[in-house]
Design a binder for this molecule. Sequence first.
Ligand code: GDP
Ligand code: MG
Length: 166
Amino acid sequence: KSGFISIIGRPNVGKSTFLNYVIGQKIAIMSDKPQTTRNKIQGVLTRDDAQFVFIDTPGIHKPKHRLGDFMVKIAVDTLNEVDLVLFMINAEEGYGKGDQYIMDLLQSVNKPVFLIINKVDLIKQEDVLPLIELYKEKYHFKEIVPISAGEGHNVPQLLDLIANEL
Ligand code: GDP
Ligand code: MG
């Protein structure tokens, strides 16, 4: 099994942190400064049963200037090139216009999309389920997986779900 997996989401949700965690190396710059990731960064993870090519992308936001426009295009273009899309959100942030913008983009994607609720280490456990329920109503996510990319919580389980999908 092998496949290309795009990691998309608003700036700062933890996309690069996730890539670095699964690859086990700091290949993508992580920062609390938005727009640190300015291009596509690929990381390959090889297991006995599967090979994953993860593609970290610039955060998707409504572009306000030319560079932003270019970066968003990079992220959106990957959607058509991959086998699976990981749409990552920050568990701490509420559902906002930025998420709606990405959800609208996802409507035209005919690939399986997993919702990854990241940074669950920052919220109370009982607050995870309502988030899952909220997002379930908005899109037919193939899987909804709460993780902490920072701590690696639930990441092995996510990798197994991805392998099943490829
Ligand atoms: P990106 O813009 O989506 O690539 O986000 P980054 O990976 O650069 O991370 C943005 C910030 O969130 C950094 O300060 C990270 O250390 C932090 N971060 C990422 N994942 C987690 C997590 O699971 N838990 C916590 N507490 N912080 C995280
Ligand atoms: Mg990044």
